[in-house]
Ligand binder design. Structure first.
Ligand SMILES: [Fe+2]
Length: 464
């Protein structure tokens, strides 16, 4: 059904009839249709019968809460935009929902009529544009899916100590090859998942074997060789990873048919499988192992060239080498250093964070006031800003950031009771996420990495 050709419909959900009537009055318009439902279950019944462009629901309802409803709506109808109305004292659930991408916007009760109308018009306009661009942007890439995949990739790296950073480099190499080949966004998305997870089957291989200091004996070798099939079995059961699971299974196949597990050859191996094989081998050769030093780039390139047509697809090797050597060559991940600006965070916290951020990849700069922060904004990739500063309000600063340099990832640091700040910043400053005090370095680190990963992927796939 072509949703665009119809007038969009908004579904309003609240257990109090008076509130529904009030919302109905505010939002009545000739540009869109309105439906109402008195509970989450009733709302889902309506949605089963007709397409809904936007759902606006109260959070506090008996039986099914607003966020429970929206999480279900996200699963069943990902293209429906989700807005929640909430009272105070529901901070934790709301923050969680925003950080997980369950909710697009939210309003505190009592809401501001003009703001609500403006947001609804804007949401419907943006949705129309995105529907024109792609059939469904959530089909292209989902932030929650990407974060799950990254958490899994990290679990592999924790288990196999010698692969630190390996998965992301294989992802970088693979993606750049796919882009040079002008492959579709869907292909790129599956390739991202597959390259991050290509070794996920190693979770089923014993730690002793994975961390052997030296060449493996026959038994150990056989055990390690099971990982493509184990990885395939894990990922092929998950809907959004099914296309990637094929690549995961095939990343150790060889062009001449002497690889494993299926000993398939040449074009029988999927294009993704052939791309990841080259990226994986190149990164393995250029990383140190306990029993051998890393090869330099030149020697590793020669090794790829020597094995074109036997181990690797020759055309893929040529493409990879041309990207490595060209002007717009493959960026080596270690060369990218991100600049983080922390505004209004106390010294003690910052020195703790500094210890957990790898200095090679992150430069941490600080500002104690907004004036100072404005002066240091040049070249910054991410701003983490407190709510209140000596010379003003963090929200206003983040809104300025969005206007001046929308590419900067904006994260707000809040206290548990700050619901107002929450509403304002999500709605106006287009935040990536909230961090709630007290800060835990490991969580901060994970959020920073995920945010950059997300931005990278969103940009690559032209989705914002
Ligand atoms: Fe592997």
């Amino acid at each position: 059904m072509d949703i665009d050709k119809q007038r969009p419909t908004i579904l309003l959900v609240d257990d109090e009839e008076m509130v529904l009537n009030a919302l109905h009055r505010v939002l009545a318009s000739s540009e869109w249709g309105l439906m109402t439902a008195l509970s989450g279950a009733k709302a889902l019944e309506v949605m089963a019968r007709q397409p809904i462009a936007l759902i606006v629901t109260d959070q506090r309802m008996p039986e099914m809460s607003g966020l429970e409803l929206l999480s279900e709506v996200k699963r069943l109808y990902p293209e429906t935009v989700r807005i929640v109305l909430t009272g105070y004292a529901e901070m934790d659930v709301v923050v969680k929902a925003i950080n997980q991408g369950e909710v697009y916007r939210f309003f505190t009760k009592p809401w501001n009529n003009a703001e609500l109308i403006e947001t609804v018009s804007e949401v419907l306009e943006r949705r129309r544009e995105s529907l024109n661009q792609v059939s469904s942007f959530t089909d292209q890439l989902s932030r929650a899916n990407l974060e799950t995949v990254m958490a899994l990739a990290e679990a592999i790296e924790l288990k196999d100590h010698y692969t630190k950073g390996h998965c992301s480099r294989v992802r970088d190499y693979s993606l750049q090859m796919a882009q040079a080949l002008n492959l579709s966004k869907t292909f790129c998305r599956d390739l991202v998942y597959a390259s991050l997870l290509h070794d996920c089957g190693k979770i089923g291989v014993s730690e002793v074997t994975l961390n052997v200091d030296g060449p493996l004996n026959d038994d150990q070798y056989r055990e390690v060789q099971r990982h493509p099939v184990l990885g395939f079995e894990m990922t092929s059961k998950i809907d959004y990873l099914r296309p990637a699971s094929i690549i995961i299974r095939q990343h150790h196949e060889r062009w001449d048919g002497t690889g494993y597990p299926d000993r398939i050859k040449a074009q029988e191996i999927s294009l993704g499988g052939r791309i990841v094989a080259v990226a994986d081998s190149f990164d393995a050769m250029t990383s140190s192992r306990p029993y051998r030093r890393a090869l330099d780039f030149k020697t590793a390139v020669q090794e790829l060239l020597d094995n074109r047509g036997t181990q690797f697809d020759g055309e893929i090797v040529d493409l990879f080498v041309s990207l490595l050597e060209g002007d717009t060559g493959i960026a080596v991940r270690a060369d990218i250093r991100r600049r983080l600006l922390m505004v209004g965070v106390d010294h003690e916290k910052i020195s703790k964070l500094k210890n957990s951020l790898p200095a090679a990849r992150y430069e941490l700069i600080t500002a104690e006031s907004l004036d100072e922060a404005r002066a240091r904004l040049d070249g910054v990739d991410m701003v983490i800003c407190a709510r209140q500063l000596s010379d003003g309000d963090g929200v206003g600063f983040l809104i300025d950031c969005r206007r001046l340099s929308p590419q900067i990832i904006r994260i707000m640091l809040i206290e548990r009771q700050d619901l107002d700040a929450l509403a304002e910043t999500v709605n106006q400053a287009g935040l990536y996420a909230f961090m709630i005090r007290p800060l835990r370095p490991a969580e901060v680190m994970a959020m920073i990495e995920n945010a950059f990963e997300w931005r990278r992927m969103a940009r690559t796939l032209n989705f914002d």
